[in-house]
Write a protein that binds this ligand. Structure first.
Ligand SMILES: C[S@@+](CC[C@H](N)C(=O)[O-])C[C@H]1O[C@@H](n2cnc3c(N)ncnc32)[C@H](O)[C@@H]1O
Length: 305
C-alpha cells in the first residue's frame, strides 16, 4: 500500500487558526493525514467531520484516527453536498473547513480504477470504488462521446495541445474494439503525438488522464459548489483552506474567493497562494504543483446569491 504524504501540512494547519474545542470539516479526509494534526489542536472537546467519496479511504481513516481524542464522524459522500451530509451530525455551523482536492497516492497506485497510466487497469476513474451503472466513467466517455467533446475535455481540463489528434485516434480505435483498459489509451496517446513531445519529462499520457478524471468526477463543478456551501457553513471568523493541484482549479478558487471578498462575505488571508517549501519538495516531489489559499468568514449569517 502506498502511503499518502499530506501536502502543505504545517501551512494548512496553522492557516486554519484552530483552537481547542473547534468543530472542523475535513471535506476530503482520505486516510486522515491532515485530520490527525487537526485533532491535536482541537483536543477532546473538538469535533472532526470527515467526508470522502471513497469508502475504502474512509475505512483506512477510521483506523488511522482510532487514537485521536477529538470526536469523529466519517461520512461517505461528495463535499459539494456537505450541508446535507452535515445534517446527520446535528451540527449547523463550523469553525474551519479543509478541502485538499484531487486524488491520493493510494488511489493513483492501488485503487485498480485506472487513474494511473503506469498500470493496466479498467478505465473507470471514479472516486467512488463501486460506481453505480448510471455513473459516468472514463470508459463511457471514450467509447460513446463525440470526437469533438472528447477533444474539448482533453484540451480544456488537461491543457493537452494534441487533444484533437488524440480524440480522432480514440474514435478510430473504438471502431475496431471498445477501449477498456488504461494501456489501450496510453497506446492511443503515444500514437497521436510527435516524437519530440514524447521526450519531454512528463509521461505524454499525463494530461489526457487528468482531463478524464476531472470530467468523470465533475471536479470543477464540485469545487465551485463546495466553496459556496463551505462559506455558508462557517461561523464568523471561521476559516476555509483549499489546496489545489492544477491551474484550472486554482483559478476557480482565486476568482471565487475574490468575488466573495468583494461582497464582504470573506476576507482573504493570503493574497498570493502558499506553495511547498524546497524542503517539502525534496521529501515529496508530488507536491510540486500544490497551491494553498485561505479565507476567513466576515459575518455570522450570509445569503449567497
Ligand atoms: C489529496 S486526497 C486528500 C488527502 C488528505 N488530506 C490526507 O492528507 O490524508 C483527496 C481526497 O479527496 C477525495 N475527493 C476528491 N473529490 C471529492 C469530492 N468532491 N467529495 C468528497 N471527496 C472527494 C478523494 O477521494 C481523496 O480521498
Amino acid at each position: 500500500m502506498t502511503d499518502h504524504i499530506p501536502v502543505l501540512l504545517k501551512e494548512t494547519i496553522s492557516g486554519l487558526n484552530l483552537k481547542k474545542g473547534d468543530v472542523v470539516i475535513d471535506g476530503t479526509i482520505n486516510v486522515g493525514g491532515h485530520s490527525i494534526e487537526i485533532a491535536k489542536l482541537i483536543g477532546k472537546e473538538g469535533y472532526i467531520i470527515g467526508i470522502d467519496q471513497d469508502s475504502d479511504a474512509l475505512c483506512l481513516a477510521q483506523k488511522n484516527l482510532e487514537k485521536i481524542e477529538s470526536k469523529l464522524a466519517l461520512l461517505r459522500g461528495n463535499y459539494r453536498d456537505m450541508d446535507i451530509l452535515l445534517q446527520e451530525t446535528g451540527i449547523v455551523s463550523v469553525h474551519a473547513i479543509l478541502l485538499d482536492i484531487g486524488l491520493s497516492n493510494r488511489q493513483l497506485t492501488d485503487s485498480g480504477r485506472g487513474f494511473s497510466f503506469a498500470k493496466d487497469e479498467p478505465l473507470l476513474m471514479t472516486f467512488n470504488p463501486h460506481p453505480k451503472e448510471d455513473e459516468l466513467t472514463a470508459y463511457e466517455i471514450l467509447n460513446t462521446w463525440d470526437e469533438e467533446n472528447i477533444a474539448d475535455i482533453i484540451y480544456g481540463y488537461g491543457g493537452e495541445r494534441f487533444s484533437r489528434r488524440i480524440a480522432k485516434n480514440v474514435v478510430e480505435a473504438r471502431k475496431e474494439s471498445p477501449i477498456r483498459r488504461t494501456f489501450q489509451l496510453v497506446e492511443i496517446v503515444n500514437r497521436s503525438i510527435p516524437f519530440w513531445y514524447k521526450k519531454k519529462s512528463r509521461n505524454p499520457a499525463t494530461k489526457t488522464f487528468q482531463a478524464l478524471r476531472i470530467t468523470v468526477n465533475d471536479e470543477l463543478g464540485a469545487l465551485k459548489t463546495g466553496i459556496e456551501k463551505a462559506v455558508a457553513l462557517l461561523k464568523k471568523d471561521g476559516r476555509l483552506a483549499i489546496i489545489t493541484f492544477h491551474s484550472g482549479e486554482d483559478r476557480i478558487v482565486k476568482k471565487t474567493f475574490r468575488d466573495l471578498a468583494q461582497q464582504q462575505i470573506v476576507e482573504i488571508v493570503n493574497k498570493k497562494p502558499i506553495v511547498p517549501s524546497e524542503e517539502e519538495l525534496s521529501n515529496n516531489p508530488k507536491a510540486r504543483s500544490a497551491k494553498l489559499r485561505i479565507v476567513q468568514k466576515a459575518h455570522d449569517q450570509i445569503e449567497i446569491a
